[in-house]
Design a protein around this ligand. Sequence first.
Ligand code: BES
Ligand code: MN
Ligand code: ZN
Length: 490
Amino acid sequence: MNVRYRVSSPVQVRTDATVFFLCEDEPYRSMQSEAIRQLFPATEAALSSSDASGKKSSLVVAYSPERSSTRKIVVVGVGRSADVTAETLRRAASAAARRLSNGTKSCAFVLPDGCPLSPEDTAFAIVEGAVLGSYKFTRYKTSDNASGIGEYVVVGSARSAAISKAVEQAAIVCEGVYLTRDLANMPGNDLYPETLAEHAKRAGKEAGFRVQVFDKRKIEQLGMGGLLAVNQGSVRPPVFIVMEWRGGSAKEPPVVLVGKGITFDTGGISIKPADRMGDMKMDMHGAATVIGTLYAVAKLKLPINVVGLVPSTENMPSGSAYRPGDVIRFMNGKTAEIDNTDAEGRLILADALTYAERYKPRAVVDIATLTGACVIALGHVTTGLMGTDRDLIARIEAAAARTSEYVCELPLHEEYLEQIKSDIADVKNTGGRPAGAITAALFLKHFIGDYPWAHLDIAGTGMAPKEGAYTPKGGTGVGVRLFVDMLRNW
Ligand code: BES
Ligand code: MN
Ligand code: ZN
């Protein structure tokens, strides 16, 4: 992917297509459309049609003559100039990029004037929208060799190091999101714990962060009884992936990110129904988000220490599988009664949250496709947020507002603890139907160390049943932009 900023007149930039943004209010609409008409007279008819209203989601396409620098001109509306936000621009850039056919290899995006964002924030949002909206998962298509847009040029009139840098950084963040989406979308026959670890190593090598992979023996030595119990039914061994980016000073404690890495969730002995079970290849989206985030953070060379932890296994039924009624013992010595083997995510995260303590972290955030209950509560639009620390929650909420990766906090009142009490062990792994996202988080809370902690339930937002404004159907890559933004602003 080639993404760059160029100072030039739009007519000087040779690309297959050129995108302009158009406001709906005067005098901007007239000024902007007149400027486009002057540059590309072929847009005359399109611009004078009522489709070129400048309203949000309005879009016109015009074709310029063979010899001109660009063949296709897209004019996309962004609504009232004073109301334009980063999200407006992401959506508009995505809509424009998606309108271009598979044959379009290069596209220019002309920085609009008149909107309240700084030019660098404008450029950042346009790159995000254009690149993220153009994503296609083609790895398993043998005939679909249309590669889509490979070259994105942001065009502006001001020579500015800040704009160039914003474009470069936005491209890196998008690469992280692409990596996360690819991993989430890969099927369970190719993506299982050991191959997930290989992908993490490759990402580490490319971006420059350290990756260690603990094998089953090491996991046994550490006493990670949750991860081992879930793994019992699988012929594939578990892994525990440790990723470290040291961009801060040596003595500064790291922020630790923990991602659920269930490479396929059948439910185990408490087996899931067949309908849509295939979606459970994406039950490692949290892990993929953590890998994609480390990739972006390292490539951005952020001046902060970040650790990524990924416990990974399949959840399979078999003669050796763990069963309902079993009592298991975790790395921190606590015990849990297994009520339902399909509540497996919390069991592998429990050991990772214990392991995190050895970093004396300044904060720990886990991210997981944890509960169907969260999908019922918040749908596919909003991530469930829970935690123990106001400051950490505020940081996540601020990043969510800037990135439009929405979060909503759910309460962890101790009254809910009643639901996960066990008669025979310290805790039970399910709490019944009511408040299922909350009781899952309260289970995790039993295993946190002495650090600020937050939990993100992306069961709904990680797996999309249909395409969004700049997200694809399937693995969305949610969390990468959120985490990178949070870490950049720490
Ligand atoms: N991976 C699932 C959660 C999930 C459900 C993610 C739907 C995405 C879409 C998780 O492991 C699970 O099965 N949770 C159970 C817990 C229950 C048994 C307490 C659930 O939500 O049904
Ligand atoms: Mn499950
Ligand atoms: Zn699961």
